[in-house]
Design a protein. Structure first.
Length: 176
């Protein structure tokens, strides 16, 4: 079996998850033909990735969906076994993660076989907290702005070792 691990990572969270999957699968059976960020369209790296039997594909969350570059790559995975993973700034709600992964899945051709998926929370950039703070300064009693700041602060600890272990276990299980 050959496999490839590919990710689109804006802040480093999804890359961290992808590297954890790569490290875990290197210790398992199979041959990795690619592990890295989304390659340039038509490149030798993309051709190597597309030749793999199984693709582990991950993305940060961009307005409830995957990164556009990963979406374009997912559309090319005709007949492939695919495991989807990702990170999102808002976490703690499995239903929210499932909705996001459902959006990722919509980019796959019908012939792709989804063998599993997993997602975790990831930290956000400091500019986001500043935006939330400005909202709160404008409306000090705004419960939504207070909740967004609390979520931002909670996200700073993610992806945690537990998050990585959960996603790696799901990836290994998908290969079993």
């Amino acid at each position: 079996m050959t496999y490839a691990i590919v990710w689109a990572s804006k802040g480093g969270n999804t890359e961290q998850v992808g590297k954890a999957i790569a490290q875990a699968l290197t210790a398992a059976n199979g041959q990795a033909v690619y592990a890295g960020s989304v390659p340039v369209d038509g490149s030798a790296e993309e051709q190597a990735l597309l030749a793999a039997d199984t693709i582990f594909a991950g993305s940060w969350t961009d307005k409830g969906d995957c990164d556009p570059a990963l979406a374009a790559l997912l559309a090319k995975l005709d007949g492939k076994r695919v495991f989807l993973f990702g990170t999102a700034g808002f976490g703690g709600d499995p239903a929210y993660f499932e909705r996001i992964l459902g959006n990722f899945k919509q980019h796959l051709p019908e012939s792709a076989e989804i063998i599993g998926s997993a997602m975790c929370q990831g930290k956000m950039g400091p500019g986001i907290r500043k935006r939330y703070e400005a909202m709160l300064a404008e409306h000090p009693d705004d419960a939504r702005a207070q909740a967004m700041i609390a979520n931002f602060d909670a996200a700073l600890a993610h992806p945690s070792e537990d998050d990585l272990a959960h996603i790696v276990a799901a990836a290994r299980e998908a290969l079993a």
